[in-house]
Write a protein that binds this ligand. Structure first.
Ligand SMILES: Cc1ncc(COP(=O)(O)O)c(C=O)c1O
Length: 391
């Protein structure tokens, strides 16, 4: 069996090892230290957001963002429905209730028109949500001009979940820079990784200061341990921050490679009837974290799941697109506005291997397998109709 091709494995080929050893040798083997400080400064410089707090994960950073806004039991928080559950889970950690919004066809991200409708209804009912979490799906920014305009009309703060979108841009500005706070993830499968890690970004220093306070067990200034708030152990390790710094140095090369992979798939598969790609909106530049295709089984002759299984048979990992949050048993009690666009993307979508370590031969293999599924489907259709004619 050929070596397994993973969906989006880590790819460390810069100074990661050197910086990791520097952190090791410095004996800052803890959740603070020069690597954490430098990583925060460098992420700030890269994203153009003045303040940053490194956290153990993107999920923790999202939780800190909600805590900063004082989200509590009984509050409602609006969230994109087409996303990973980590976008919505922190709402539950706060005891609040998620309200989901469908995607639009053009970007697969939160539909700004549906957000405006939901906010109008909430306002009419006299209970506005306390925040909106807009997700930048698969490395493409949501339409922030429209999302921020809709939310600001009702004074509702927006948090940008840019976990998948480090290095992407929207009208020339970096992902993570929109709304009152932005969140990045450095999970092992993300565009850059610290194995596990995340970052809270904000132009407002008090949000970032408070996140650092809460994420280090909320220790009040005193000569002994004094706590007037419930704290969390959410701060990123100095060792892992070193890895992140090494990764950040070649972010542009990583994005260029992901975009090349995306183009390769587009060039190689677009001519097949029933295959389409996640659209790239004209307002920005995606980091192409994962290349996603949509399969129309009537035209293609087989389904996204058939392709996934065919790839798996050859030891190649692909993944179905996110199953929308409003379809998840754990969120079954939550309100959703729209939902059919996200449902369709889930039922027809597939994420193809997109890691920066992919070689041309790997891509050729993947494309061949996808094309073969279509060819086999066409053959079985022909055989079936011949059988019917001869009956
Ligand atoms: C959209 C989205 N939000 C949040 C997260 C959570 O990030 P982390 O895994 O770093 O907690 C992820 C990924 O894991 C994600 O894809």
């Amino acid at each position: 069996m050929p070596k397994r091709i993973y969906l989006s494995p880590p790819h460390l080929d810069g100074r990661e090892r050197e910086l990791l050893l520097e952190a090791y040798d410095s004996n800052w083997i803890t959740t603070l230290g020069p690597q954490v400080d430098a990583f925060e400064r460098e992420i700030s410089a890269r994203t153009g957001v003045s303040h940053a707090a490194a956290a153990v994960s993107g999920t923790a950073a999202l939780h800190l963002a909600l805590l900063n806004l004082g989200i509590e039991r009984g509050d409602e928080v609006i969230c994109s429905t087409l996303t990973f559950s980590a976008s919505a889970n922190p709402i539950i950690y706060c005891g609040a209730v998620p309200v989901f919004i469908d995607s639009d066809h053009e970007t697969w991200n939160m539909d700004p028109a549906l957000l405006a409708e939901e906010l109008e209804d909430c306002s009419r009912r006299g209970k506005l949500p306390k925040a909106v979490i807009a997700v930048d799906l698969y490395g493409q920014c949501a339409d922030y001009d429209r999302i921020l305009a809709a939310a600001s009309q009702y004074g509702v703060p927006v948090i940008e979940d840019a976990a998948e979108a480090m290095g992407a841009t929207y009208r020339g500005r970096s992902a993570g820079a929109f709304g009152v706070m932005g969140v990045l993830s450095f999970n092992g499968n993300k565009i850059i990784t610290t194995s596990g890690g995340g970052m809270l970004l904000s132009g407002k220093k008090s949000y970032v200061d408070n996140a650092k306070f809460l994420s280090t067990q909320a220790r009040d200034p005193a000569p002994y341990y004094l706590h007037s708030h419930i704290g969390y152990n959410y701060r990123l390790s100095n060792i892992l921050a070193a890895l992140g710094r090494g990764q950040l140095e070649h972010l542009d090369a990583i994005i260029a490679k992901r975009r090349t992979i995306n183009k390769y798939y587009r060039d190689a598969l677009s001519d097949i009837p029933g295959v389409t790609f996640m659209p790239e909106a004209a307002y920005g530049r995606s980091n192409c974290w994962l290349t996603c295709i949509m399969i129309d089984p009537k035209l293609f002759g087989a389904s996204n799941e058939d392709i996934r299984l065919a790839l798996e048979e050859e030891n190649i990992e692909s993944r179905r697109t996110w199953k929308p949050m409003h379809q998840q048993p754990v969120f079954a009690h939550c309100r959703v506005r729209g939902g059919t666009v996200a449902d369709e993307i889930f039922s027809r979508g597939l994420c193809l291997p997109s890691g920066t370590g992919l070689k041309e031969a790997d891509l050729e293999r993947i494309v061949k397998i996808v094309r073969n599924v279509a060819v086999h489907a066409a053959h079985s259709l022909t055989n079936l109709s011949q059988l019917r004619t001869s009956e």
